[in-house]
Design a protein around this ligand. Structure first.
Ligand code: T46
Length: 143
């Protein structure tokens, strides 16, 4: 599966006394221009969200606080990535079914997206997703 786990730049002061600061720069660190940022919070451990794929959106997912499992499915294989550090980022191309599972209470999921919000570019039915993947041959035609 073609996904990119990136290291997010992180700065600490010499004594590591004042906390960390992590940053991402559009185009330099991620392969798209950011049009939208959103974040998900106040979620209890064990909650699952997602259950959809995107037709157009590229996204960077990161978890600045807590731990969240991201299960990805490209219609052929599945892979699980755990976001449990502010310096881990996950770059997702369109055409990936995702399920996010909160591993700790109040973990925060931040997302930078390549497109404005459009409910019509979501695929929310798994069988439709499989049909979509087959018809567009994700690897070749879509990306
Ligand atoms: C994704 C994962 C990682 C908006 O009105 N504007 C927005 O920009 C977004 C992202 C959502 N919404 C509304 C649509 C729903 O009424 O917020 C509500 C919750 O969205 P949803 O059920 O899609 O949330 P998740 O956690 O299942 O998925 C979200 C993103 O929607 C999706 O793009 O990849 O996080």
């Amino acid at each position: 599966m073609d996904i990119d786990v990136i290291h997010i730049n992180t700065a600490y002061d010499d004594d590591q006394k004042y906390g960390g600061l992590s940053f991402v720069e559009s185009s330099k660190d991620i392969p798209f221009e950011i049009k939208r940022i959103y974040y998900i919070y106040e979620v209890e451990k064990g909650i699952k969200r997602g259950f959809h794929a995107h037709k157009l959106n590229w996204q960077l997912l990161f978890c600045p606080y807590g731990a969240i499992d991201i299960l990805l499915d490209d219609g052929v294989e599945r892979k699980k990535i755990t976001l449990d550090s502010p310096s881990i980022g996950l770059v997702l191309h369109p055409g990936l079914w995702r399920v996010m599972t909160w591993q700790r209470d109040n973990s925060i999921l931040c997302v930078a997206a390549s497109e404005y919000y459009d409910p019509n570019e979501y695929i929310r039915d798994y069988n439709d997703f499989l049909k979509y993947v087959k018809s567009y041959k994700i690897r070749g035609d879509l990306i």
